[in-house]
Design a binder for this molecule. Sequence first.
Ligand SMILES: Nc1ncnc2c1ncn2[C@@H]1O[C@H](COP(=O)(O)OP(=O)(O)OP(=O)(O)O)[C@@H](O)[C@H]1O
Length: 291
Amino acid sequence: MSIPEDSGVESPTDACDGLLEAIDVHRIFTSHHGRDTVTALDGVSISICAGQRRALIGSSGSGKSTLLSLLLAAERPTRGTVRFQGEVIEPRKASRMRPFRRAVQFIPQDCAASLDPRMTIEELVTDPLRRLGIPGDHRHAALQALENVHLPSSLLGRKRAEISGGQAQRVAIARAVAIGPKILLADEPVSGLDLPLRDQVLSLLRELSLEQHLGVLLVTHDLDAARALCHDAVVLDRGQVADRGDIRDMMSDPQHPATSRLVHSMPRIPSELMEARLAHHADRTREGKFG
Ligand SMILES: Nc1ncnc2c1ncn2[C@@H]1O[C@H](COP(=O)(O)OP(=O)(O)OP(=O)(O)O)[C@@H](O)[C@H]1O
């Protein structure tokens, strides 16, 4: 597979089609005794489109995970709707959820650790196909998915303990892309990774988004990762959308206090250096030097 010539973060070519959208969602948690409430989300609207890479950023407790769980249909909003291809998602109607489950895939934090150590790589990658009852040649699909993440077919019979950390990370991504999703929701997929591995994962996500026209929502505290991968960003602050726009503009000249706090609260890698590092990993991929 060839790597697209893409050294920067270009704009998505298509107009946004609002494939997955949360519209004015509220999520209020109530304590067991019913006296205390926490408003985790307070009227948030966000959409993810094919081919778009959007970052969801915000300080701890701002509501990012809660929003992700609504977008994954893991829970329902207290008020407002989540729509997929224009239709309201009804998490309890399992049969009608199948197209959604197939199209929207989740990449968890520390995804390598989420791999079942008893399963072979082939079983891990084909497991979502089996669970969703997707017909066809699953072994072929697994081989294709491994190729897409630049892993050799010789890994198919191995288990988690028999591959490197970087390979395991890419197996977890292969698992998510094997069923041909349209959107990846990634929750801190590079936090806790060392720098080379972090760059490899970002480079791979960018490449998959470009080649397969995948929408990616990247939930992260890592603004450099967000800027390297994404076109734009949505900033959550205390359950509300405080800011949104072109991520580079937001980073270089933050207009909103919440964005400014985020930008100034962490050490930053110069954008040229970050781009050079991702380009380096894209080159290594092209040369087949991924571990
Ligand atoms: N099950 C729950 N019950 C009560 N309150 C909750 C629950 N889940 C989240 N909250 C509260 O909702 C708010 C938003 O939490 P959330 O986990 O969505 O934030 P976050 O931005 O993902 O934070 P972090 O970056 O630390 O993961 C917080 O005040 C949190 O304490």
